[in-house]
Design a protein. Structure first.
Length: 176
């Protein structure tokens, strides 16, 4: 199991291969469908994004409210395929990669390869477990979206698998 700390350089991302198991620590940003649409509205208007995109990682999740003594509540991954329309352009603008659940499309796979990005798969149904790995959670943008707003999270020991790598590797296609 590899222990990695964000941000990851391009070289670090290129060292990863589909199937690698990692424990990720550092800063990630949450963004689901509605938040992605808002981010793209800002881009179309030539306005800055509410967080630095360069080498950032987006977690396709929406945290539940934090219980007493915790940084956030349950925070499991959502279906990544819903972000296929957005991921390639964000990767080309400097995004280091994404974290989510399930396979992404061929256009996203090409963009990961072209940009040296990586897509990590999180375990569906393990939201409470992932919530416990969040050490700090702050609202960044779009508070009206509630749990689907953009949050900045500091994570520690977040267990993931490299699902799609910058070399064309894809755990979802290894058994075809």
């Amino acid at each position: 199991m590899k222990r990695l700390t964000l941000p990851l350089s391009r070289e670090e991302r290129l060292s990863l291969h589909a199937g690698d198991e990692v424990l990720l620590s550092g800063v990630i940003y949450t963004a689901r469908d509605c938040a992605h649409r808002r981010l793209f509205e800002l881009l179309e208007q030539g306005k800055p994004l509410p967080f630095p995109l360069e080498n950032a990682f987006l977690y396709y999740a929406g945290p539940c409210p934090a219980p007493e003594g915790k940084a956030c509540g349950s925070c499991g991954p959502t279906t990544s395929a819903r972000m296929n329309a957005f991921a390639p352009q964000l990767l080309r603008l400097g995004l280091g990669g994404m974290i989510g659940k399930g396979e992404m499309n061929e256009e996203t796979a090409r963009a990961l390869k072209e940009c040296g990005g990586v897509y990590f798969a999180a375990i569906g149904g393990a939201g409470a477990f992932y919530g416990n790995a969040v050490k700090k959670c702050d609202l960044v943008a779009f508070p009206d979206l509630l749990s689907e707003a953009v949050y900045r999270m500091e994570i520690e020991g977040f267990p993931l698998v490299v699902a799609m790598d910058a070399h064309g590797g894809n755990v979802y296609k290894q058994h075809e």
